[in-house]
Design a protein around this ligand. Sequence first.
Ligand SMILES: *Cc1c(COP(=O)(O)O)cnc(C)c1O
Length: 403
Amino acid sequence: MSRAEIVVDLAAIRRNVRALRERTGVAMMTVVKADGYGHGMLASARAAREAGSEWLGVATIDEALALRAGGDSGRLLCWLTVPADDLAPVLAADVDVTAYTVEGLERVAAAAVRAGRGATGRPARVQLKVDTGLSRGGATAAQWPEVVARARAGERDGTWRITGIWSHFSTSEIPEDPANAEQEAAFEEALAVAAAAGLQPEVRHLANSAAALLRPSSRYDLVRCGLASYGLDPAPGRHDLALVPAMTVRADLALVKQIDAGASVSYGHTWTATAPTTLGLVPIGYAEGISRHAAAGGGDGGAEVLVGKRRRPIRGAICMDQFVVDLDGDTPPEGDEVLLWGPGTRGEPTAEDWARVCDTISYEIVTRVGGRLTRRYVDGVADQHAHDDRHDDRHDAPGERKR
Ligand SMILES: *Cc1c(COP(=O)(O)O)cnc(C)c1O
């Protein structure tokens, strides 16, 4: 155990991926971008594969290449490139790349030649993304026919195979929002245009975690689950699938001390003790991704941490390396464990609790945490379904350190 660390329960990830696969009944793409939402990309990817994830999904080509370098050889999609990216290495590594403009397809065609794909070798693997209403990446309905036509021409000349057609929701955590049905209808139209042009993709996909859980009609051939794979709930209270949060952030308590009434705490003196109390010093700060928004200014309502079986409020401003909590007269031993967030099973707050306080989403809480924290992998939760994968996954290898 190190002084301040992220503990990742790989059994929880396996269990969540299995549960999601069973619930949805279609193929699973576990999304491991952004260092596995802060859980470690390679270890999370391995856990997802062990749990049967047919696909992995990442944003950038660097992430895709890191997975290949780490030994993953399964189906893998990346979706966010810029014109200067060299696509040849990912095409050569059998990564599915995403395109959504004619120019983007021309770049893939040029890279396929450099990668020895197309006329001279096996076709590259390309997926097309259509914008069904998020207005982010993806071809608009107006662009879609020419994108599809260029894609089909590249199939005919052997440059690539169009392996997938996909899109992404804007509002899937609110299932009754009419945007969801509108996006599904737009996706159907895009699929019809593609089929009429002769494209026969292996996979059509639209759903992220929330849609996978809440909208069976959006599941198509596979679902792309990020958040829920890590046990965080995209839509609390709206479904009955039990998810197990995989991340715990903990530290050793650095210091315990007594202060008098009237003493003010941390930079700017935003909190002043109205009675004598004890304070605990936690050696993690905003350099580790703990937002200054987690402190409550002068009043109540900031984030809490668990020390000595009780939740303790943060007092005063969060600093770069440390913050202070109110121990309310208790004097736990220095070195005692501080839990910032975790699955909640020991009474500690969850990432969702921190998200509420910081006026953000749990995605941001887990993805931003890092800095000088190290990562440790454990096999925690009882694995309901299988026994053969209950080996000990502990490895404090430097290669697994948080970047
Ligand atoms: C990040 C991402 C996902 C995963 O979304 P979750 O809500 O975390 O399940 C799926 N698809 C795309 C295109 C993404 O960028």
